[in-house]
Design a protein around this ligand. Structure first.
Ligand SMILES: Nc1nc2c(c(=O)[nH]1)N=C([C@H](O)[C@H](O)COP(=O)(O)OP(=O)(O)OP(=O)(O)O)CN2
Ligand SMILES: [Zn+2]
Length: 136
């Protein structure tokens, strides 16, 4: 029996969709207003879900306090009120699309939780645009 435990989090960050190996013309043609050289921002809403068996002693799949602390350390502290392109090393050479941000977050959290647990990340970039990732 698998049960899913979820924790929501929030971070505010600036970004620019841009490839350093493309010309300005190509970046503008592909990414449009999201390629604005002066960046733009989003209020990202994150849901991290962990699925697995309930521990018969604690009644937990995972202690939500532990999950909250993990999200704080791995996502909120390094991403909140940052410029993803300029401040966050994972995006120095990786375009900070919602897809790539979700995969980066998944990889960071995956390393810190029991491999017996399944992990899913859902990231809202805007109230209408969101992506999800559950591993390859
Ligand atoms: N597949 C993706 N497409 C787009 C991404 C992305 O991460 N993955 N990102 C963007 C831009 O970051 C852009 O800032 C998104 O904002 P916008 O197009 O303004 O989206 P809104 O929901 O605010 O606007 P609508 O009113 O819904 O058009 C673009 N594409
Ligand atoms: Zn954007």
């Amino acid at each position: 029996m698998k049960v899913t435990v979820s924790r929501k989090a929030h971070f505010n960050a600036a970004h620019r969709l841009h490839r350093k190996d493309w010309t300005d013309e190509k970046n503008n043609a592909v990414f449009g207003k999201c390629n604005n050289a002066n960046f733009h921002g989003h209020n990202y809403e994150l849901t991290v879900s962990v699925s697995g068996a309930i521990d018969p002693e604690t009644g937990y799949v995972i202690d939500i306090k532990d999950l909250a602390d993990l999200i704080l350390e791995e996502v909120e502290k390094p991403f909140d009120h940052k410029n993803l392109n300029l401040d966050v090393p994972e995006f120095f050479d990786l375009n900070p699309t919602a897809e790539n941000i979700a995969v980066v977050i998944w990889n960071k959290i995956r390393k810190k939780i029991d491999m017996a647990l399944d992990l899913e990340v859902i990231l809202y970039e805007t109230p209408r645009n969101f992506v999800s990732y559950r591993g390859a």
